[in-house]
Design a binder for this molecule. Structure first.
Ligand SMILES: Nc1ncnc2c1ncn2[C@@H]1O[C@H](COP(=O)(O)OP(=O)(O)OP(=O)(O)O)[C@@H](O)[C@H]1O
Length: 322
């Protein structure tokens, strides 16, 4: 559905040193250097996937999304949306895409939300009956009624985001590109947006590529995560796979029905961090040993009553990979 092949984007930026004269010299000589914002990225996203696209500030996330949506032209490489290039077949591709840039609203600031929807419906040439039907579905999903007649500038951030999501969905696109849709929202509004995104993906089958700095968004929504760092793809896979790759320890707390017995010839593979009477905490590195293998060994030591597993904190995992 989304195919990205060796995508690269370079920007030409003026060369200038730190000093005032360096800057003037750069202006006079017109010297430029190439800055590779995105460098040789390839991936594929299938229909119905919910993929997180994460990376530190300046990693190249927005630049990628702008190329996927046809706003920016790649310096080299290709993007195909259902087999078509967003640059060459802009009209057809744009109909399949909904885009939300959390930092910038696509709604008209001084107009009531409804008027923005009318303008967008006209731009996309949406049939009036279809528009009414979609709007009534979206109203239910996003509870638009409470603010649809209010000018955008008077909306709370959460309401504005719901308005923006509705605007992105008005032409019923199959794919949503969401660039920081929860930025600046309080916990309650974040929760509401997350549950909405979940239902857009699960119930309506939308394919979603989500960019965010909020690791809870990623953990709660995405099965797959792609990490971009300095313009290059550093990881593409599951969240658990990322944890394993980084190799931070997993903690397993086990309670036994009676005092456990550790055989004297036990050779390890994991570490016992704490033990007392009928409970113990072990630490294993999933890179070296699977949690199931740890438990298989431990069940020989006594009757297990309860197991509690603590995965390494995802924030910490991301901190390591950046
Ligand atoms: N129009 C431009 N001209 C020159 N450099 C640019 C331009 N747009 C982006 N860049 C540079 O390209 C790099 C990638 O920027 P991009 O906005 O894609 O990062 P990002 O991962 O979205 O960051 P953030 O999380 O801070 O939004 C940065 O170094 C940025 O300064």
């Amino acid at each position: 559905m989304i195919e990205v092949q060796h995508l690269t984007k370079s920007f030409r930026i003026p060369v200038s040193g730190k000093g005032r004269w360096d800057k003037i010299h750069a202006l006079l000589t017109g010297k430029h250097e190439e800055k590779k914002a995105v460098h040789d990225i390839s991936f594929q996203v299938d229909r119905g996937e919910f993929v997180g696209y994460i990376g530190p500030n300046g990693a190249g996330k927005s630049t990628t999304i702008k190329m996927l949506t046809g706003i920016l032209h790649p310096s080299s490489g290709a993007v195909l949306i259902d087999g078509r290039s967003p640059h060459r077949a802009r009209r057809q591709v744009v109909r399949k895409l909904g885009v939300v840039f959390g930092q910038r609203s696509q709604l008209w600031w001084d107009l009531p939300v409804k008027d923005s929807f009318d303008i967008l419906a006209a731009m996309y040439n949406i049939d009036p009956v279809q528009k009414r039907r979609t709007l009534s579905e979206l109203s239910e999903l996003l509870q638009l009624d409470e603010f649809i007649r209010t000018p955008v500038r008077k909306l709370s951030l959460g309401q504005r985001m719901r308005g923006d999501l509705a605007a992105a969905m008005l032409h019923n696109p199959d794919i949503l590109f969401l660039d920081e849709p929860t930025i600046g929202l309080d916990i309650v509004a974040k929760k509401a947006i997350r549950s909405l995104l979940k239902s857009l993906n699960r119930d309506l089958g939308k394919t979603i590529l989500l960019t965010t700095h909020d690791m809870d968004d990623i953990e709660q929504l995405c099965e797959r995560v792609m990490v971009i760092n300095r313009g290059q793809l550093a990881y593409d896979g599951t969240i658990d796979g990322l944890r394993e790759r980084i190799g931070l320890p997993t903690l397993i707390k086990i309670s036994f029905a009676e005092p456990m017995h550790i055989p004297p010839d036990w050779s390890g593979g994991f570490t016992i961090v704490e033990r007392n009477g009928t409970s113990m905490t072990v630490q294993c590195n999933r890179k070296n040993i699977q949690a199931m293998e740890v438990l298989r060994q431990i069940e020989q030591w006594g009757t297990i009553e309860d197991v509690h597993m603590e995965e390494p904190d995802f924030e910490e995992v991301i901190h390591r990979i950046y």
